[in-house]
Design a protein around this ligand. Structure first.
Ligand code: NAD
Length: 280
């Protein structure tokens, strides 16, 4: 891109997001002319559905792409001209690329989780995976787990209808695998090969631990999506118990790597980006 890349992020309360420094520092190291700007809807006093106008204006001003986050990922899906097949099946868009006046929607959350899992927990046994939390992050991790070959995925959420609806949708997309929803996770936890935590529990304003590690099968790996703080109570206790652990930073870095690659065609250095992320 001769004029360089201008990219942005639209969402609520994103003023301290780690995504802009991740993109900008790596782009500089790759020798790219690259700027990453924040459009915080709360600071701008705009409702979620302002995302359409912001995307159109970015397109018209020559932006290369926009990342989109909570609460705009479903709205963005409705707005784009074209959709990547996985983003369509997953039902959420977190990256909109502008090309020739057209908007194409992608989802790099699931790609980020898939690649992070491969890298951080190579050869993880995906025989029976229990996942707690079926919101935005959970939809992406569940899709990634099934795409990575999980044989049986057991979904659970404090909102049972949400787990049920996601299980039904994913079962239809992956008919050769098994997707179920449960209210009581005790028995699945005791026999699973791994557990994915995708609720906000463990964040600074939401402390605690949602996975009962005492019940968890002895050899099961533990995967966390929360990355602020990186070392949640779940990560710390699972590591202390000698388990294989994937922290939430792998997915966060992975989605940035995938976004940059789709935007520029250039593959970032994952390890270097992770080290930079850990230092932020
Ligand atoms: P969300 O509100 O869309 O979904 C959270 C879900 O968890 C809800 O369905 C809720 O009912 C459920 N839940 C809450 N507490 C629960 C409990 N104790 N047991 C069972 N279910 C419970 O939120 P989200 O956007 O999916 O975000 C979840 C977390 O993931 C946040 O901490 C967010 O920062 C993190 N996240 C990380 C990444 C990453 O790249 N690592 C990406 C996106 C989100």
């Amino acid at each position: 891109q001769p004029d360089g890349y201008v990219v942005g992020l639209i969402g609520d309360g994103i003023g301290r997001s780690l995504t802009p420094p991740m993109h900008m520092v790596e782009a500089a190291r790759l020798g790219l002319d690259y700027d990453y700007r924040i459009f915080d809807l709360i600071e701008l006093g705009l409702p979620a559905d302002a995302v359409g106008g912001l995307l159109a204006s970015a397109r018209d001003r020559g932006y290369a792409a926009m990342n989109v986050t909570h609460p705009c990922k479903q709205l963005a899906l409705e707005i784009v001209d074209e959709l990547d097949g996985d983003a369509q099946r997953l039902g959420a868009v977190n990256l909109v690329v502008f090309e020739g006046g057209r908007m194409t929607g992608w989802n790099t959350d699931w790609l980020g989780y898939r690649d992070g899992l491969r890298e951080g927990l190579p050869d993880a046994d995906l025989g029976e995976v229990v996942q707690l939390g079926c919101g935005g992050a959970g939809a992406a991790t569940a899709y990634a787990l099934l795409s990575s070959g999980a044989e049986h995925l057991v979904l659970s959420d404090a909102d049972a209808d949400r787990a049920g609806a996601l299980a039904e949708r994913l079962q239809a997309l992956f008919p050769a695998q098994r997707v179920s929803a449960v209210v009581d996770v005790d028995a699945p936890l005791a026999r699973c090969t791994g557990v994915v935590h995708a609720t906000p529990t463990g964040m600074a304003h939401h402390p605690g631990i949602a996975v009962d590690l005492d019940l968890l099968a002895r050899d099961a790996w533990v995967s966390e999506v929360v990355y602020r703080p990186l070392r949640t109570e779940l990560v710390q206790r699972a590591e202390a118990a000698g388990r294989r652990v994937l922290d939430g930073g792998r997915m966060a870095v992975g989605q940035a790597v995938s976004s940059m690659e789709i935007i520029t065609g250039i593959r970032a250095d994952r390890q270097r980006m992770r080290e930079h992320f850990l230092a932020l």
